[in-house]
Write a protein that binds this ligand. Structure first.
Ligand SMILES: Cc1cc2nc3c(=O)[nH]c(=O)nc-3n(C[C@H](O)[C@H](O)[C@H](O)COP(=O)(O)O)c2cc1C
Length: 388
């Protein structure tokens, strides 16, 4: 339901309590699609929601205005979780779409935009909507080519779309209403949505530094008000690969041999003073593992060899991780095999493509079930690794 976040600026988004899979990002806490309405001489809707949320979106808007009276819809990003209701809104209101050239192109490739009115904007462009001025700044590849953000000058509100977002469904709207776990949600979102393009983030934040910002209103999750400086600092740390003395061990297994190797190495790392996060890949959302990899120093991936390949769950994770492009890591591949070891070779190929520094050792490949002596060597390897 609509919430006034500044005088005549309303959150009119929808809460998707039950969504659990966002293109393989497992959203255990649901999400929101934040849409914002500015009531001025012109009425402006900023971003929409997934198409199946149309009725709820309209209910929220209708608490403030008649949806027929929307003059402009700002499309900051064409991905369907934000543009999914644009076509129906245009049908009701004949609103003009404000977007950039790429946004227009992507809209026309997703919807029948014949007859739609567009106002095309680029970085630095401003439009007056009455007492307020909206300024637009393109943020290409954060995380699609069409992304942009919208800034309301008089109210000092940045509508940042996916930047600074988090997948949480919550009745609270502001950062001060929930605890610091909001940073964990923001970190998971960063790791799984923005990480491949993290090198662009420092410049983008730099381009926003002249804006006086009182609210950052993302398109998912809560609105930043009291923790703006902290989240910007964290974004810069994550973008600049600030790492912790932490190892992420992610493995899978058929008959537990690879599991035993994983636990033995973990023991050595822990005794060597490294924080360890250990996951069985098939039992863990990939996004949880990636969140921890974001600021880890070590990434250890383990797999048995199955028909000349890594175990399928491990293969799937490797594909996901390779796409997200973590950088500046020490990579270790390990696993059990029977006669011709192939899994660790394929894991190392992914490490190479990501530019990881690979640390190898004979003990990391164990033929069938590891014996006590094999596990001792793996433990010692973990301890040595902690000193690198
Ligand atoms: C269906 C199947 C296919 C396998 N294919 C290979 C293979 O191609 N190369 C190999 O060295 N071992 C192969 N193995 C043997 C396993 O890698 C070996 O049993 C290993 O110890 C399993 O490790 P885990 O206990 O961690 O699952 C295969 C095992 C199974 C069940």
């Amino acid at each position: 339901m609509a919430v006034e976040i500044k005088k005549d600026i309303f959150w009119v988004g929808v809460i998707d309590w039950e969504v659990r899979n966002f293109h393989e990002y497992i959203t255990q806490n649901g999400s929101t699609y934040n849409s914002y309405l500015i009531k001025d001489k012109e009425t402006v809707l900023i971003d929409t929601a997934k198409d199946y949320m149309f009725d709820e979106l309209i209910n929220g808007i209708s608490q403030i205005i008649n949806p027929k009276d929307i003059d402009y819809v700002v499309v900051n990003h064409v991905e369907k979780d934000h543009s999914g209701c644009v076509d129906k809104i245009v049908e009701i209101s004949n609103a003009t779409i404000i977007t950039n050239e790429k946004g227009k192109e992507h809209l026309s490739l997703n919807y029948d935009t014949k007859g739609w009115d567009f106002l095309i904007v680029d970085t630095g462009d401003e439009i007056s909507i009455g007492d307020r001025t909206l300024k637009f700044i393109r943020t290409p590849m954060l995380h699609w080519p069409d992304n942009m953000v919208t800034y309301c000058k008089e109210d000092k509100v940045l509508f940042s779309n996916d930047a600074f977002g988090q997948h949480i469904a919550s009745s609270e709207k502001f950062d001060y209403e929930i605890g610091d776990e909001v940073f964990e949600h923001a970190k998971e979102y960063f790791a799984n949505i923005l990480m491949p393009y993290k090198m662009l983030i420092p410049n983008t934040i730099n381009s926003l530094k002249d804006l006086d910002i009182e609210l950052i209103c993302p398109s998912h999750g809560i609105i930043w008000k009291e923790k703006i400086d902290e989240i910007i600092k964290k974004y810069l740390d994550w973008a600049n690969d600030k790492i912790e003395n932490k190892a992420v061990i992610a493995y899978d297994t058929m008959y537990n041999s690879t599991k035993k190797i994983a636990h033995a190495i973990a023991g050595g790392l822990i005794d060597g003073g490294v924080e360890v996060k250990l996951y069985r890949i098939s039992e863990t959302p990939m996004n949880t593992i990636m969140k921890e990899i974001l600021d880890a120093k070590y990434v250890l991936i383990g797999s048995p060899t199955l028909n000349g390949n890594p175990y399928p769950e491990v293969g799937k994770f490797l594909t996901y991780m390779e796409g997200l492009k973590p950088t500046n890591k020490i990579g270790v591949a390990f696993g059990s095999y029977g006669w011709m070891e192939m899994a660790t070779e394929k894991i190392k190929r992914v490490f190479e493509s990501l530019g990881f520094k690979i640390v190898d050792d004979e003990c990391l490949k164990v033929k069938f079930a590891p014996k006590e002596d094999d596990l001792k060597k793996c433990y010692e390897f973990g301890k040595r690794l902690a000193d690198i």
